[in-house]
Design a binder for this molecule. Structure first.
Ligand SMILES: C[S@@+](CC[C@H](N)C(=O)[O-])C[C@H]1O[C@@H](n2cnc3c(N)ncnc32)[C@H](O)[C@@H]1O
Length: 378
């Protein structure tokens, strides 16, 4: 595809038309907050719609236009932030929503995608920001330190690599949380079904209730915004902007780590140029759910062959280009588009500075390395 690994400048709603159908493996994006920041003077810029409902209609339209471009095994990840109604509505539109209320944007969006547009919402992830800045000194409510990340698929035959948390991250054993049968098995020294004895990092047997590959990852993801990404951050309250007096351009970038996880889980390492499907990857064989096995290429193409290419991620609303940067770090292809000319230079700079770091399966590999080191110590 000609546009692979390109930064496209312009209105995403128009640029999408040039993408071939069934060409994208994963879409990851974050629309501008509703009526919070004006990035440009362009009438095509998203986020300036007069009501939350019109905003939801506009962003849903973007994803519906993208749907044919996404392969059947593909995933769509959308980070949608909420916002306070505040004084954003004209008087006649504000009748049923109080200025102090949240606008309920993520809820409206999820409902529209599932019930009006037929997307399958597979997870509603909480991206918890342990290092979030307090809400600009607002003391009349709780500070906000999380955002929502929706994972949608278009077909039940989607590509997914099960994500597990290495055992070293699991909190201390809590026997009182275990069911009766597990306790009996533990006392009797029998192996419980599906669970195996796990060696601790020091090589000593732990309990028998842990899965050997780690605990299934859940839907609250604590991910710090990295220090080199803080410069771009705008926090989700209008008060923050006003009180910081920050005069530069404001963006709301994803942390690269968030995108690494999304790519590891749903963007195939390589796809077949013949059929476009993910190529079987022996190093994640044990992490493939049964449904994913059905999505794999059966042309006989192998990883690294002339007929393979990395999976492709698209961010239609690229901002500072975090998705392109993270794709390079994970060894994936990317396409990004952005309406604001000033951002294009910045995206190119971030791409130029990005290096392949093999974030692919980083968490698993890191764990098995530590496990080996632990064993040799013991
Ligand atoms: C919230 S920012 C995205 C931040 C991004 N996730 C990052 O990590 O930097 C949203 C971006 O969408 C861009 N945008 C808004 N409307 C657009 C449109 N119609 N076509 C393309 N880009 C658009 C804005 O200029 C802004 O940079």
């Amino acid at each position: 595809m000609e546009v692979l690994n390109q930064v496209l400048h312009g209105n995403a709603y128009e640029l999408i038309n040039d993408l071939p159908d069934n060409s994208i493996d994963v879409i990851v994006t974050s629309p501008p907050y509703w009526r919070q920041v004006r990035y440009s003077d362009s009438k095509d810029e998203l986020g300036q719609e007069s009501t939350p409902q019109k905003y939801i209609e506009k962003i849903s339209l973007l994803f519906n236009k993208l749907e044919p471009k996404l392969k059947d095994h593909g995933s769509l990840w959308v980070n949608v932030a909420d916002n306070y109604v505040s004084n954003k509505l004209k008087k006649n539109e504000a009748i049923r929503s109080h200025p102090l209320s949240l606008a309920a944007i993520p809820e409206l969006f999820k409902t529209a995608m599932v019930y009006e547009h037929g997307w399958i919402c597979r997870n509603d992830i909480i991206w918890y920001k342990p290092n979030a800045r307090p809400s600009g000194g607002v003391s009349s409510r709780f500070g906000v330190d999380y955002e929502r990340l929706f994972w949608f698929i278009k077909s039940p035959h989607y590509y997914f690599v099960t994500q597990r948390l290495p055992h070293e991250w699991i909190e201390k054993d809590n026997l009182s949380l275990m069911g009766k049968s597990s306790k009996a098995e533990l006392a009797g020294g029998k192996e419980s079904t599906g669970m195996h004895e796990v060696l601790s990092l020091r090589g000593k047997p732990r309990t028998r209730r842990y899965h050997p590959l780690g605990k299934l990852m859940r839907s609250v993801w604590p991910i710090d915004v990295q220090p080199d990404e803080l410069a771009f951050v705008i926090y989700p309250t209008i008060w923050t902007i006003n009180t910081t007096g920050y005069s530069g351009k404001h963006f709301a970038p994803f942390p690269s780590k968030l995108v690494h996880r999304v790519l590891t889980a749903t963007c195939p390492r390589e796809v077949c140029l013949n059929c476009g499907k993910p190529i079987f990857d022996p190093s994640v064989e044990q992490y493939y759910p049964k449904t994913t096995l059905k999505t794999l290429c059966d042309c006989g193409t192998t990883l690294g062959s002339d007929l393979s290419t990395p999976g492709c991620v698209y961010d239609p609303l690229a901002g500072t280009g975090t998705v392109a940067k993270a794709a390079i770090e994970c060894g994936r292809n990317y396409i990004v588009s952005e309406i604001l000319q000033d951002n294009i230079q910045q995206i190119h700079q971030r791409i130029q500075d990005a290096e392949f770091k093999d974030y692919y399966l980083m968490e698993f590999l890191d764990y098995s390395q530590k496990l080996k080191e632990g064993l040799s110590e013991g």
